[in-house]
Structures are given as structure tokens and as C-alpha cells.
Write a protein that binds this ligand. Structure first.
Ligand SMILES: Cc1cc2nc3c(=O)[nH]c(=O)nc-3n(C[C@H](O)[C@H](O)[C@H](O)COP(=O)(O)OP(=O)(O)OC[C@H]3O[C@@H](n4cnc5c(N)ncnc54)[C@H](O)[C@@H]3O)c2cc1C
Length: 285
């Protein structure tokens, strides 16, 4: 869906209550932000996103700059507080292709620079298609990279903390440039690693073979290395597949799936079946 199609007519003010950098200073900045919501305003489920409106004036007469962020908390709220949610924001820059100059992205820099006590205008929540299946014997296959981990943090918290466990398989395949950029699983923040001991949960990590050249993490190879289990899950009608993060994660996933399915046509056919059965969802940007 195009950003201009989102309803932003009813924004409300949230207050930033915490901002923690969750990557070391030597790598790209990603922050975990906790927003306090006005009471009674906000019902959401894991996998949904909020809109953030950055006050103007902006170029081309735009009164507001609008961007989306996946909610990283479960429906129980951040730290069990129903009226607080978290988002995970990477400080972004864009490159002017003509001048070659690098400019700070408006929304992500506004959020990363905000300090506790600051007000943030938010809208939503949006996108209920990306949600945890109700039946706890369903298998869950989560694939993503970078900040695509945000909805999966929400899923895992809901499954193991909110619901108290899960019978089906829960598998996370996640790519980051380096081990230090494994969000919620590095030396600074271990929110996801806390659930590694859960019997039904297993997480797999891919890093870039040459991070200094900005090469993509080898998410496709990681999936193929585990193809016996992954393909068995894909074929199982009880499996739900979720993709999140930058569109490159989908490219890697598709590459691996073509290997497993035997051809691109076979994979697209399988994927179309899963979409029809409501077992395949993406949040890509
Ligand atoms: C449904 C949805 C959910 C999203 N969830 C998140 C989230 O949980 N966390 C998050 O940080 N962003 C998320 N984004 C991206 C976010 O909406 C903004 O696009 C991003 O923060 C950049 O906005 P900006 O105004 O700072 O810069 P812009 O000028 O809009 O973008 C600057 C550059 O950054 C690139 N970029 C955008 N997002 C990322 C990213 N996450 N990682 C690496 N490069 C990026 C863009 O391609 C562009 O080249 C989501 C987008 C969508 C559509």
C-alpha cells in the first residue's frame, strides 16, 4: 500500500519514555524506543505498525512527513504496561544520486534524536494481516533482516510470555551485517535470546561474509543449509510464513525457496497456495 493511502486524519500524541541504543557505537545506530500512549486510545496486535508524523514545514509544501514503524511489543504492552509500545528504529540516510551527498532521513533521525519526555505524533495501528495464528499447534516460520526483527520480537514475546508457550515449531531466520548488529540478541540487548531455552523455539543467524564491503548477509545460504526442516515446514499445511524488513530479505528468501522447490515456477505456485490459505504474509520496505 502506498503511504498516501493511509488514514492519518486522527493522530494522537504519545510521549517517549525511553530510548536505548541497541547496537554498539562502531556500527549503524539502531534504537529501541518506548512510547507511552494516551489511555484507551490504542488496541493493537503483534505485527501491526504505527505511523509517525514529523512536524514540518518540509520541502514541496508537505505539512507533515509520514513514515511507518512496526510495533515491537506484544499486545500485553511494553514491560507488561498495556498503554506503552516499543518500536525499533534504524537511523537512516539517503543518497542524492545527482550530487552524491548524504542527507539524514527525516523520520528516523527525528525519532533517534528524541529524548524521554518528548512528544511524538502517531497514527494507526495499521496492517492486521501479519498476525500470530490463533492455534498454538501451528508452525511459525519467521524470516527477516535488520529492523525486520521488530514484529518478530512482538511475536516471540506474545507466544512465550503472553500465552506461556507454543506447541508447534517456531523458527526464526535472521540476517544482520555483523554479530554486533543482531538486534535483541547482542551484548547490549538480549530480549530475544531469553527465549532460546524454549523447546519449540529455534533461531538461526546469518551475517555478511564481507561487512566492510556492505555485502548482504547470507540469509539464503542459511535457509538452504537447513532446507530439510524448512521445506518440510513449508509443505506442512499447519505452517505460517512471515517475511519482514528490507525487500532484500525477500530476494534472499525467494532464492532459497527456488532451490528447495526445484524451480521458480514450483515455488511461485506453492507461495500462491499459501497466500490463498492465509499462511503467508509480508511486511517489506
Ligand atoms: C510497514 C513498514 C514498517 C516499517 N517498520 C520499520 C521499523 O520497524 N524500523 C525501521 O527503522 N524502519 C521501518 N520502516 C521504514 C520507515 O518507515 C522509514 O522508511 C525509515 O525510518 C526511513 O525514513 P526517513 O524519513 O528517516 O528517511 P527516508 O528519506 O524515508 O529514507 C532514507 C533511506 O533509508 C532507507 N531505509 C528505510 N528504512 C530502512 C531500514 N529500516 N533499514 C535500512 N534502510 C532503510 C530508504 O530506502 C532510504 O534510502 C518500515 C516501513 C514500512 C513500510
Amino acid at each position: 500500500m502506498n503511504l498516501s493511502e493511509y488514514d492519518i486524519s486522527n493522530p494522537y500524541e504519545a510521549t517517549l519514555v525511553a530510548s536505548e541504543r541497541i547496537t554498539p557505537k562502531t556500527v549503524t545506530e539502531v534504537r529501541h524506543l518506548v512510547l507511552q500512549l494516551p489511555e484507551g486510545h490504542f488496541d493493537f496486535v503483534e505485527g501491526q505498525s504505527i505511523g509517525v508524523l514529523i512536524p514540518g514545514p518540509h520541502e514541496f509544501g508537505n505539512p507533515r512527513h509520514f513514515r511507518l514503524y512496526s510495533i515491537a511489543s506484544s499486545r500485553q504492552g511494553e514491560n507488561g504496561k498495556g498503554d506503552a509500545i516499543s518500536i525499533c528504529v534504524r537511523r537512516c540516510f539517503y543518497l542524492d544520486e545527482v550530487s552524491g551527498e548524504r542527507y539524514p532521513g527525516k523520520a528516523s533521525n527525528f525519532l533517534c534524536d528524541a529524548r524521554p519526555g518528548d512528544r511524538v505524533l502517531i497514527t494507526g495501528p495499521y496492517g492486521s494481516h501479519f498476525s500470530v495464528p490463533p492455534d498454538d499447534s501451528a508452525n511459525i516460520l519467521m524470516v527477516g533482516a535488520g529492523t525486520g526483527i521488530a514484529p518478530f520480537r512482538a511475536f516471540v514475546l506474545h507466544i512465550y510470555q503472553g500465552r506461556g508457550g507454543w506447541k508447534g515449531k517456531v523458527r526464526l531466520f535472521y540476517g544482520a551485517r555483523t554479530g554486533m548488529e543482531m538486534l535483541y540478541r547482542n551484548e547490549i540487548n538480549r530480549d530475544l535470546a531469553l527465549y532460546y531455552s524454549e523447546e519449540s523455539f529455534q533461531a538461526f543467524e546469518a551475517v555478511s561474509p564481507r561487512p566492510y564491503l556492505d555485502e548482504e548477509p547470507t540469509l539464503d545460504r542459511l535457509l538452504v543449509a537447513n532446507q530439510f526442516e524448512v521445506w518440510e515446514m513449508i509443505q506442512d499445511p499447519k505452517t505460517h510464513v512471515y517475511l519482514a524488513g528490507l525487500a532484500q530479505a525477500e530476494e534472499k528468501f525467494e532464492k532459497a525457496m527456488i532451490v528447495m522447490a526445484g524451480s521458480k515456477e514450483a515455488w511461485l505456485k506453492r507461495r500462491a497456495e499459501m497466500i490463498e490459505q492465509g499462511r503467508y504474509a509480508e511486511v517489506l520496505y
